[in-house]
Design a protein around this ligand. Structure first.
Ligand SMILES: O=P(O)(O)OC[C@H]1O[C@](O)(CO)[C@@H](O)[C@@H]1O
Length: 459
């Protein structure tokens, strides 16, 4: 595993004192960082914070591999039903390590319909044969409306195709005991994988949530968790100035205090593109909080934005370089691409093309990254780079763990609970109420009254 973090362009010497951080400023957080580290270690040891232990669950990996090897032979299609933390990690693994163009992988063909757009879901039916499809339903709570709805949608076709044997094409990944999927699984012999209760959805990628689709696609899941475990060691370093999770968290904490409320993740790699989607949920749901742990109203958080290099140089970078200086840009860079064929100028009459001669697309992409980095730095825009030696399972696993540990550290520095999501729950409850779910009658009445009173302004 080789993942390196380059923080040079947040340092005041390179960025100027108005927008750069003094080393002593970061250093001044070390004492608080130590207290946060102790607190997190205690929680990990007491098993209240389960994501720390996910890279070491050997028995779970063996169970997944055994299941996946059999499933690869039995099914031609795999459909992953889940949303948020139950989908973004699996998608990121698939597009980074398997098939960067969705849905074109070899058999079994893999799909992640993580939305309830009826036309999009309907279109999927054109690409699969339901009787030869494994549906993997992933929901920690076992109740999320979108996931339940897509399960019910496909059930119609499963029942048509397989009659009472429909359950043979279903597997669930959910809480060990709680939730509606367990109620179904008690009735039908459906294979269930477990999300440990102490692992939140957005921290669950290294559990069966992310590893089953990966194993079915033929990704080396043992390499993913090996990379994560190596990174876990680095993130446990007592020397906090050498601890990548702490430094990442400290830098962002200091910038949040200075009003830099936007966190842009910009992979210069299409394969790493969806890691930024995964990061958005992690950073947004974990740190976007109204109250701190003492009950004070703090309304903290950073809005994560996804951009893609070089594509978004021609869309977003103008704003990043000259617009409001309210962002921290995180580049993801690949040092060694797998394919690096040299270009040749086939139009010698066009001398202007000669600078391409012998250069590769990878070189162009990385020079473009360097050029954007320079432009940002010269305009005092803080930026840092996470360098992947290559796009490999080890590095992707390490990336997941790094950002999870950094998020936990950032939550500690901000003194907020990084592991709940009360704001999302409000929306979930309102959806249940509007849909008329049992037990939500009072809420439904309240919402309908509220909607009636609302002034409308439709143009
Ligand atoms: O896995 P579940 O319980 O279906 O939840 C899906 C997602 O919904 C949320 O609760 C809110 O978006 C996320 O935290 C979670 O990853």
């Amino acid at each position: 595993m080789s993942l390196k973090l380059d923080f040079s362009n947040v340092v005041d010497v390179n960025l100027g004192s108005e927008h750069g951080l003094g080393m002593e400023e970061i250093q001044s957080l070390v004492e608080k960082g130590r207290r946060v580290q102790q607190e997190l270690r205690k929680k990990a040891e007491a098993d209240t914070l389960g994501f720390y232990k996910l890279p070491y669950k050997k028995d779970v990996f063996t169970e997944i591999l055994t299941f996946a090897n059999a499933a690869r032979k039995r099914f031609d299609y795999y459909v992953h039903l889940g949303i948020g933390g139950s989908a973004l990690g699996p998608i990121a693994i698939h597009t980074s390590l398997k098939d960067s163009y969705y849905n074109l992988s070899e058999s079994p063909k893999i799909f992640f319909p993580d939305n309830v757009d009826p036309d999009w879901i309907h279109d999927l039916l054109k690409h699969i044969d339901v009787s030869r499809t494994l549906f993997h339903v992933v929901s920690k709570s076992g109740a999320t409306a979108e996931t339940a709805a897509t399960l019910l949608y496909f059930m119609k076709y499963l029942k048509e195709a397989l009659k009472d044997n429909f359950y043979k094409n279903l597997i669930f990944t959910t809480d060990p005991v709680e939730g509606l999927l367990n109620v179904i699984a008690r009735e039908y012999p459906i294979k269930c994988f477990r999300i440990p209760p102490n692992v939140g959805g957005r921290f669950s990628v290294l559990s069966p949530v992310g590893l089953i689709s990966a194993a079915i696609a033929g990704v080396d899941i043992e390499a993913i968790v090996r990379g994560a475990a190596e990174m876990a060691q680095q993130c446990d370093n007592d020397d906090l100035m050498q601890n990548p999770a702490f430094v990442f968290a400290a830098v962002h904490y200091l910038y949040m205090k200075r009003g830099k409320n936007i966190s842009v993740m910009m992979p210069y790699s299409n394969k790493l593109r969806d890691l930024a989607d995964w990061y958005r949920q992690l950073w947004a749901e974990s740190l976007g909080k109204r109250y701190d742990v003492h009950g004070n109203v703090v309304e903290v958080g950073q809005t994560p934005v996804k951009a893609l290099g070089a594509t978004d140089q021609h869309s977003q970078v103008q704003l990043y370089v000259e617009g409001p200086n309210d962002k921290v840009i995180i580049f993801l860079e690949v040092e060694q691409f797998e394919h690096n064929e040299p270009l040749h100028n086939y139009f010698p009459q066009i001398g202007e093309f000669n600078y391409f001669e012998g250069k590769s697309l990878g070189q162009l992409l990385n020079y473009e990254k360097q050029a954007t980095e320079l432009a940002l730095t010269n305009n005092q825009r803080p930026n840092l780079t996470i360098k992947f030696s290559e796009v490999s399972a080890e590095n992707v696993g390490a990336f997941f763990f790094l950002l999870e540990a950094a998020t936990a550290f950032a939550g500690g520095l901000l003194e907020i609970n990084a592991f709940d999501q009360p704001g999302v729950e409000q929306g979930k409850i309102a959806t249940y109420a509007l849909m008329g779910r049992k037990g939500y009658d009072k809420k439904r009445k309240e919402i309908l009254e509220q909607l009636e009173k609302k002034r409308s302004f439709v143009v």
